[in-house]
Ligand binder design. Structure first.
Ligand SMILES: [Zn+2]
Length: 194
């Protein structure tokens, strides 16, 4: 499947996406991307998604990291040292712009308490993290999961108009538009008897 313009996929501990735009953006840090990075967006704080955060930030001292504040505990547990380069995301309020792309933050607490997705409505691109994959949904049997919310989270993401979904693991995919509900066949109407 063709990747959207300016977006490259690097497969490491998790899918790591690089947006080669005016602002150089990395979505998750499961691959030790060696080039210049201005901004890192974290879908959540699992170890496979933050594994190379430190070396990337060390090489890019001005790099800002955007994350849901609800993931702080998980990040600390995964030995991430939080400093003033970490910025809190606010659903619907934080707009993240790379130049071509303008992402809105979608809260999808389920896989982890602070899981988020990044969605560009104009370009119809969705970074879904570990909430939806090509062949299923993310685990919700972990201590940091909220299993009761997975249906809501999946419905929310599947309902967004997207040309491509870029997940945290596995291949990018397309959400098939729900086929139109079959029209109920009209039964021959019986003449109302008076
Ligand atoms: Zn995960």
């Amino acid at each position: 499947m063709d990747m959207p313009e300016k977006i490259k996929l690097f497969v490491g501990e998790c899918n790591t996406y690089f947006i080669d735009d005016n602002v150089k953006v990395l979505i998750d840090a499961g691959f030790d991307y060696p080039g210049k990075v201005d901004m890192i967006l974290l879908t959540h704080g699992h170890p496979d998604h933050v594994k190379f955060l430190k070396p990337i930030m060390d090489r890019n001292p001005k790099c800002a990291v955007f994350m849901n504040i609800k993931e702080v505990e998980l990040l600390i547990r995964n030995k991430v040292v939080i400093d003033d380069r970490f910025k809190a995301l606010y659903e619907g309020k934080t707009k993240l712009n790379s130049g071509k792309y303008n992402f809105e933050v979608i809260d999808v607490p389920a896989h982890t308490k602070g899981s988020v997705a990044f969605y560009d409505e104009a370009n119809k691109v969705l970074f879904s993290g570990d909430t939806i994959f090509k062949d299923g949904v993310g685990r919700t049997d972990l201590p940091e999961s909220i299993p009761d919310f997975i249906d809501t989270a999946v419905t929310l993401l599947m309902g967004l108009e997207s040309d491509i979904v870029l997940p945290g693991h596995g291949e990018p995919f397309v959400v098939e538009a729900p086929s139109e509900a079959p029209v109920a066949e009209d039964k021959p109407k019986k003449k109302a008897k008076k």
